[in-house]
Ligand binder design. Structure first.
Ligand SMILES: NC(=O)c1ccc[n+]([C@@H]2O[C@H](COP(=O)([O-])OP(=O)(O)OC[C@H]3O[C@@H](n4cnc5c(N)ncnc54)[C@H](OP(=O)(O)O)[C@@H]3O)[C@@H](O)[C@H]2O)c1
Length: 301
């Protein structure tokens, strides 16, 4: 049976690069592109099918910042699929990013330069807004819309015979100091993106706690720093051009600077279930061996 994979935010950047790589690895995949913009999704679908004619590529239209849309898409998916093997929760926004120029230049000439570029700590603030659902847009898009999606899709994800995987695109910008349980939507702060990515990390832990026994596993991955639609607005194009040689140089010292969406998908692709299972079996073997050695040693002494 074909593996069924759902990718949110498949129309550009990491999501699009991920779809291409998934199909390179498994030509017969059933890949479902979960996108808000149907015409963009159709163009992507056409291009993917042209390069991978054996695959089945379909579209579900979903705006994760609109709960009605999430409910409708979930119903459609439940009618079209019997199960989903992998769900990549990748769609995300960082609206109106404002760069702290002073922090950027003082960081450039400090020992913290690599840390600063790979985490954007202290560099970025965003202007959030309220959605039609009355929620903070960054929270609803990056966290809550996806949370509702997995809650709704539980019948397709929870099978004790063979597990399903959720893989969240998180970020090194996730910071505990920007997250607060009394304000989970970060309505009072200026770093909603960082808060939302920390919330994603927490949610993944909670999903594991609540769903592992039902055959659903969750992981978070940071794709590194890349220039995509989301990040290109942080700086004017000429500043990106000026910074590129520095960022290329930094890439020698820190692999966080993945630079392109293709490189950025590396960590997402690395979470291979078969390798994880083999690794687990190896650990069990090693455990058996170590226990036997300790027992033998105790017996001799
Ligand atoms: N770029 C980086 O350096 C970086 C670093 C760490 C983590 N990330 C994470 O990587 C993920 C992908 O971002 P990217 O860099 O590839 O940016 P991107 O090119 O802007 O891709 C974002 C994707 O999310 C979709 N999206 C946004 N809002 C949506 C909504 N309300 N409903 C459905 N889809 C929505 C976009 O759809 P449209 O095409 O319709 O806009 C697009 O497909 C994000 O979660 C981001 O936080 C990126």
């Amino acid at each position: 049976m074909r593996k069924a994979v759902l990718v949110t935010g498949a129309s550009s950047g990491v999501g699009l690069a991920l779809c291409k790589r998934l199909l390179e690895e498994d030509h017969e995949l059933h890949l479902c592109l979960a996108c808000r913009n149907r015409s963009k999704a159709e163009a992507v679908c056409e291009a993917l099918l042209a390069s991978h004619p054996l695959a089945e590529v379909s579209i579900v239209q979903v705006d994760v910042s609109n709960l009605q849309s999430v409910f409708r898409a979930s119903e459609e998916l439940k009618q079209r699929f019997q199960r989903l093997d992998y769900v990549y929760l990748n769609a995300g926004i960082m609206p109106n990013p404002q760069l702290n120029i002073k922090a950027l230049f003082s960081g450039l000439f400090s020992r913290k330069v690599i840390h600063m570029f790979s985490t954007a700590e202290g560099l970025l603030t965003q202007e959030d807004q309220i959605t039609a659902d009355g929620l903070q847009e960054v929270f609803e898009t990056n966290v809550f819309g996806h949370f509702i999606l997995i809650q709704e899709l539980a019948p397709l994800l929870c099978h004790s015979d063979s597990p399903s995987q959720l893989i969240w695109t998180s970020s090194r910008n996730a910071r505990k100091s920007n997250f607060c349980l009394e304000d989970i939507q970060h309505s009072r702060g200026q770093e909603p993106y960082s808060s939302s990515k920390y919330a994603v990390d927490l949610l993944s832990v909670a999903v594991n706690r609540n769903f592992n026994s039902r055959g659903l596993y969750s992981s978070v991955v940071c794709p590194g720093t890349m220039v995509t639609n989301m990040t290109c607005g942080i700086l004017p194009p000429f500043v990106w051009t000026l910074l590129m040689p520095i960022i290329w140089l930094l890439r020698f010292f820190a692999n966080a600077f993945t630079l392109t969406p293709y490189n950025g998908t590396e960590a997402l692709m690395d979470l291979d279930e078969d390798t994880a299972e083999k690794f687990y079996q190896n650990l069990l073997e090693l455990e058996k061996h170590v226990r036997a050695t300790i027992q033998k040693r105790n017996h001799q002494s």
